[in-house]
Ligand binder design. Structure first.
Ligand SMILES: [Zn+2]
Length: 402
């Protein structure tokens, strides 16, 4: 909303500059707002990352469970293979037993045939009624029952046949037992197979659950990517606002400096080309002119950069022109000395004073008393050394003080 305001105001190009400077709090609020929006997005992202982390934990748990069931399933399957091997062995035994039974039946048949032959013999040689009764038998059991009544039948034959019958019965019993065992094993296999199927179903279900979690993670990751993009967009907005703020401050500082410069310029003395005043009113004799002269201390030829104006100690020295005191010092060579800036690069310098009456930064008008004549520093007697410096070059003061 505030950004919109800013934008819409800026469309009025003329008002824009003024508006920008008036918008200081708006910028600050805006950046703060955008930062809090970003923070909110970052919180959302953190939440999503928490959800993803939980889902990953769920998957780890499910997979650990699947691995456990899988291991159990392997043991179970191995057990089923064992049982199947046992069934195979059992079938082999049953097959062998059947063979034995068949052999026993063959023995019985042989015995039966030989007995019948003997009875035939008895029939042809014995009582006809007996023979008829015996030959009317329907099967071996019936025959044996009838044979009980037949005295002629040998004990040997009867016992032989009974023994063979018993042996066969025993074999049949054994076969039945094996078949029962096989059936039990097969039931056991069926039960184990059912368990195996249940486990496989369980694993399949768990894998489906894991797939569900994986899909959830993908969804959450997509959402996280979206939020990350939003955060980046938010960062771009913030960067833009920060840049605008920086530019605004830069502009503010530039204008502040400009205003300061203008103020300084306004304060600076401007030399208007007027005539300079004689710096020591009443004392016009010059003891040493501007130019090459003999140094009063060494006697050697030396450059003299100003005028020496002798006067009694305490005589007022005045500002030759209006300006600003830029130097007011004591030095071993110049003694107590003053420099006044008159603008346009023109500076007047006053040396060897007994006393300075102004300080650095003071504004003075032409004719103001600024110091008193003396002989401080490198001086041979009370006088004012007066220099006019233009753009850093000492010029002949006569050109300015007439
Ligand atoms: Zn001098």
């Amino acid at each position: 909303m505030k950004r919109f305001l800013f934008g819409s105001v800026c469309i009025l190009a003329l008002a824009c500059v003024i508006v920008v400077s008036d918008m200081v709090p708006l910028y600050a609020t805006s950046i703060q707002e955008e930062e809090s929006k970003k923070q909110e997005l970052e919180n959302n992202l953190e939440d999503i990352e928490g959800v993803i982390s939980n889902l990953e934990q769920y998957i780890d748990d499910e997979e650990a469970y699947i691995n456990q069931v899988d291991a159990e399933l392997t043991v179970l399957t191995d057990g089923i293979y064992d049982l199947q091997d046992q069934v195979k062995a059992k079938k082999k035994e049953i097959k062998a037993k059947k063979k034995e039974i068949k052999a026993a039946q063959a023995d019985i048949d042989v015995q039966y045939e030989s007995m019948k032959k003997r009875i035939q013999f008895m029939f042809e040689n014995g009582d006809a009624m007996y023979s008829q009764m015996i030959l009317g038998s329907e099967n071996v059991s019936d025959f044996l029952n009838r044979a009980e009544y037949i005295n002629e039948l040998t004990t040997y034959d009867r016992e032989q046949l009974t023994k063979l019958q018993k042996a066969k019965k025993k074999l049949n019993k054994q076969k039945k037992k094996l078949e029962n065992e096989q059936a039990s094993l097969e039931q056991l296999i069926a039960d184990e197979e059912k368990k195996r199927l249940d486990m496989e179903t369980l694993i399949a279900n768990k894998k489906e659950v894991v797939d569900g979690y994986t899909a959830d993670i993908s969804e959450q990751e997509a959402a996280a990517l979206e939020i990350q993009a939003e955060i980046e967009a938010q960062e771009a907005i913030i960067a833009e606002l920060v840049e605008l703020e920086r530019k605004r401050k830069e502009e503010e500082e530039r204008r502040r400096q400009e205003a300061l410069q203008q103020q300084q310029n306004a304060n600076l003395p401007q030399y208007d080309g007027g005539q300079f005043l004689w710096p020591v009113p009443g004392y016009y004799r010059i003891s040493s002119e501007y130019g090459t002269r003999s140094d009063p201390f060494t006697g050697l030829s030396a450059w003299h950069n100003g005028l020496d104006i002798p006067a009694p100690e305490g005589t007022p020295i005045i500002a030759a022109y209006s300006g600003e005191v830029i130097w007011a010092y004591h030095s071993s060579s110049a003694g107590n000395w003053i420099g006044i800036d008159h603008g346009d690069g023109i500076v007047t310098i006053y040396m060897h004073a007994s006393k300075l009456l102004v300080s650095e930064g003071d504004r003075v008008n032409a004719g103001d008393t600024i110091a008193l004549v003396g002989t401080t520093g490198r001086s041979t007697g009370n006088h004012l050394h007066f220099t006019v410096r233009v753009n850093g070059v000492d010029e002949n003061p006569h050109n300015y003080v007439g």
